[in-house]
Design a protein around this ligand. Structure first.
Ligand code: ZN
Length: 198
């Protein structure tokens, strides 16, 4: 027997598809949404729709942005010959928060994982290799120190080395399996400063 209206059940189902939202949280959120004033709900759905329609990949670094080229890639103050490769936009944000990195980025949107069937063609690797045809001095690999992150780092270094461009890997001050976005700025900076050549 269905205790709720079918519309609420549908809402709970949709919400529980979101990452980190279990059935219980989805139920709580659904009832909260239903209890909200109509205008607040309209603003929320409108914001989601606008973000989804407007946000796209930067043509240079593939980070998520509102414009064709993101502000970092568009900045003449940044060192465009130094590219830090990260797994996602949240990792980019973590390094930006330190305020100490002056190069540019490349966002892969994932990591190679044979176990999950994610291969090199499934992440933004082609786009990176194309950028390396330009004027690049160093590629800093800042993928996570998870199995997938390490696999990706190894794959990248093998791919880039023949081009003669310096390839470095951030130090393993970052705990194994740790997501970059959860690590404090001091550790991030130490990892960056202690990077080693591959
Ligand atoms: Zn960019």
């Amino acid at each position: 027997m269905d205790y709720y209206s079918t519309k609420i059940t549908a809402l709970i189902e949709e919400l529980s598809r979101l990452p980190g939202i279990g059935a219980k949280s989805a139920g709580r959120l659904a009832f909260h949404l239903i209890g909200m004033p109509q205008e607040d709900v309209d603003r929320l759905t409108d914001t989601i729709q606008k973000a989804k329609r407007t946000v796209r990949y930067c043509k240079e670094c593939c980070t998520l942005t509102d414009s064709e080229i993101c502000p970092i890639c568009a900045s003449p103050q940044r060192d465009h010959a130094q590219i830090m490769v990260v797994e996602n936009t949240r990792d980019l944000a973590a390094y930006e928060k330190t305020g100490k990195y002056n190069g540019v980025y490349h966002v892969l949107h994932g990591a190679i994982s044979p176990a999950l069937g994610i291969g090199p063609a499934d992440i933004k690797l082609k786009e990176l290799m194309k950028r390396l045809q330009g004027d690049v001095d160093e590629v800093i690999i800042a993928t996570n120190s998870s199995l997938e992150g390490e696999t990706t780092a190894m794959y990248l270094s093998k791919l880039i080395k023949p081009t003669g461009i310096k390839v470095t890997r951030i130090a393993s001050g970052v705990p194994v399996g740790g997501d970059l976005e959860y690590i404090d700025e001091v550790t991030l900076l130490r990892a960056l400063e202690g990077r080693t050549q591959l």
